[in-house]
Design a protein around this ligand. Sequence first.
Ligand code: TYD
Ligand code: MG
Length: 458
Amino acid sequence: MKAKTKYVCSDCGYTSVGWLGRCSQCGAWDTMEQKVEVEPAKAAASHQKRRPAMAPQQEGPQPVEAIDNLAINRMDMGLAELNRVLGGGLVPGSLVLLAGDPGIGKSTLLLQAASKAAAAGRQVWYITGEESVQQVKLRASRMGCNPASLWLWAQTDLEAILAQLENRQPDLVIVDSIQTMYAPDLESSPGSLVQIRECTARLGALAKTVHLPVMLVGHVTKEGSIAGPRVLEHMVDTVLYFEGERHYPYRILRTVKNRFGSTFEIGVFEMGDEGLTEVLNPSLAFLADRPTSAPGSAVAACMEGSRPLLAEVQALVSNSSLAQPRRIVTGADYNRVNMILAVLEKRTGLKLGNQDAYVNITGGIRLQEPAMDLAIAVAVASSFKNKPLKEKMAVMGEVGLAGEVRPVAYPEKRAQEAEKLGMTRLLAPKGTKNKVRNSGIEILEAGTLIELLALALN
Ligand code: TYD
Ligand code: MG
């Protein structure tokens, strides 16, 4: 609420913003009276609009047994990897944010999904604030998709978009990107935090009231957060991150938040000349160009959500000429790698303190599971000793500060995946044999890092 003070002449009704001893209109003395007008501020009005983005309000609480189960009829997005991260398809009325670095492939992914949904007979609106409709059409044709029920619209005025959406109802709306949209009734400039938040809130409210799924593209800023300090994450139902290294073809779609499914799922794609293709067997892709019998290369048996994944960890350790040796880590957690190097030095006596160490997960992917510790440890030791690891061996396990090897979750799934990919040995923590039954893979159990190195190196 905003209060506005004015002064009105009781004789002639003349209004002034400041107090006057004598009315400038009728000339009467001491007739100006103070009036306070209260007007609802714009911010308050827009706050009212923002509220419906929450779940529908009810009169009072009711017992849980009396509440009907939510019947969710998920929309098939035509891409199995995208369906997986959404928790089995797109939920009607949900607001999904796809975030990622500029140029990583967000528009490509959503345009492909839009085309697939349109080809399945749904009316899809792809609203673009970044490219012209001709550019989007060109891209769609290059990827071989131009179905009739895909509608393109270059528009950034949110009021115009909402007005159209209230009249005509498509089955799916894609907004690329939320940073380019603006609500004309707000004073802040497009791309500002206020605009981004308000536009998201209004689209969310619409999604909920008319039961329309809306997917937003959000660019990640240099600091690594979506549109500032993660302001949008709590306003949407699902947050997906699209990540990868620009110079590598692989892209990982990761669920960060999901009100309608699991949060830890990933989907894997490969960027090519004709857009993104799904990588249905990522382990095979990640291990494809692996050097066999080269020192410093280990295969880690990881899990991403419900999905086992094999990836190659490479390490190079060499004498350093620097007072403070170099530690360079790509794809893994930097602090974790430093911790593993410290534990290796302290508990196994490897003199790593004067060595440069480079650790890399190949394929340009980022994996940060503690179960990768052992693979990092054996890759480093293998490079330091210049001895390759045993052939066809996958590694899993966490490293403790006392030099112990700790168990990991889902050992059976990891073992199965390793076996499927042609591995014949699995280097694992103590107790794994009891948990992994009916597996043809040979399990080598290590309780400490010393035992681990004895088992790992050829
Ligand atoms: P884009 O989807 O425009 O990224 P974002 O919307 O996240 O900013 O993707 C841009 C990059 O993808 C660009 O560098 C070119 C590359 N690309 C391909 O390699 N092949 C393709 O078929 C397409 C459409 C894009
Ligand atoms: Mg884009």
